[in-house]
Design a protein around this ligand. Structure first.
Ligand code: 9MR
Length: 361
């Protein structure tokens, strides 16, 4: 009897302990929770990150993932008769297991595209018909495989020129002219009529480039091409974009009836467009090398605060925000002897000051 009575407080204590720890675990909110009423929060991932310490952070903070490279034409379709599914499957399976959304990236691009697509067995350019047939087969195979698991696709990536021309000069335009763009959307729509289809590009806040992207998208919409959204990559920096430039982009593209998603967000600590990228051969002053100064931290924090303020303001139009890479430990902007620090998590995967500005509203 005595021992029985003693057990009751013990049981109560352990129940309370379980309750408290379950509660405190639940209370570690992530970006996706703060933004639940706004839009999915996404991140670009590499397969290796899904089985390392990054995976915990990804699951706690994000509700959507995008393969950084695994679904691009080169990696996933290295030869005409050979697909390489392992990395893309790893990412999609992780998402399905953990109930995350997946944004597919990308079905048609000029970079990371295998040469076999454009040439015949003698090494000459294929005809337009052959190229479009290959594109159709590629898109149909990839989109069908992940039908129902990938909710949105970047169908065509970066087709607009940075310079004065309209379209970027590539093998695609050389062989197929402008038509490859609408064809890519048609093929993707036929393979998965439920997928939300995006045209994706960078420097979308620079008026000259924005006007050309607008013209392209308006033309596609007028023709009835199944394009549903525009992906604004958002490789920004402490100096770009301004609030006005950003708001104007959202308003212009929304006026076409398109969803707007920020698909590759990062804010470089170096000023300039396209993430303040180092131009080949360009030398950086010694003191800029791999140092995250208090000044950079402050400027970056202010830019993050501003852009998320705008995203929330336009929550009716903005249907997704995806960061390009997980943390400052590895980003596509690192390299040539200089680290960038463009993300919300530091090299130890801890939230930076900018993180707390993004979730403070
Ligand atoms: O982050 C990607 C990097 O690992 C690749 O080497 C690079 C190849 O061009 O592509 C990077 O991702 C790009 C994305 O697919 C499209 N928009 C620009 C991104 C940064 O270059």
């Amino acid at each position: 009897m005595k021992t029985h009575l003693l057990k009751i407080p013990l049981l109560l204590a352990s129940a309370a302990f379980i309750f408290i720890s379950a509660k405190s675990f639940k209370e570690v909110k992530g970006l996706k929770d703060y933004y639940k009423k706004y839009f999915p929060m996404g991140v670009a991932v590499r397969p290796s990150e899904l089985s390392s310490e990054e995976s915990k952070l990804i699951l706690n903070e994000f509700s959507s993932i995008t393969p950084e490279n695994a679904m691009k034409m080169g990696p996933i379709h290295p030869r005409e008769d050979r697909y390489f599914w392992r990395d893309a499957d790893t990412i999609v399976n992780f998402a399905v297991r953990n109930k995350l959304k997946v944004r597919g990236h990308t079905l048609c691009w000029h970079a990371q595209t295998p040469n076999w697509l454009f040439i015949d067995s003698t090494g000459n350019n294929v005809s337009k018909d052959v190229l479009l047939q290959r594109l159709k087969s590629h898109i149909n195979t990839v989109v069908s495989r992940y039908k129902g698991k990938i909710y949105a696709w970047d169908v065509v990536n970066e087709a607009i020129a940075d310079g004065p021309e309209f379209l970027r000069k590539t093998k695609w335009t050389e062989i197929a002219g402008e038509e490859f763009i609408e064809k890519a959307f048609e093929y993707a729509h036929a393979a998965d009529p439920n997928a939300v289809l995006f045209y994706n590009d960078y420097n979308t806040e620079i008026p000259a480039k924005r006007d050309k992207i607008f013209k392209l998208l308006k033309g596609l919409k007028d023709k009835g091409v199944p394009v549903h959204g525009v992906g604004l990559q958002a490789h920004w920096s402490i100096s770009t974009p301004t609030r006005e430039e950003l708001e104007k982009s959202i308003e212009m593209f929304s006026s076409l009836g398109l969803q707007v998603q920020f698909t590759e967000l990062d804010i470089s600590v170096y000023s300039g467009r396209q993430g303040g990228q180092l131009i080949q051969g360009q030398q950086q002053p010694q003191q800029q090398k791999s140092v995250f100064t208090a000044e950079m931290e402050q400027q970056q924090l202010e830019k993050y605060k501003m852009v998320f303020d705008v995203f929330r303001k336009y929550k009716k139009n903005v249907t997704g925000v995806t960061f390009w890479n997980v943390s400052d430990k590895y980003t596509w902007l690192d390299g040539r002897g200089r680290k960038n620090f463009p993300l919300l998590f530091d090299q130890e995967l801890k939230p930076k000051k900018a993180y707390w500005e993004v979730v403070k509203f």
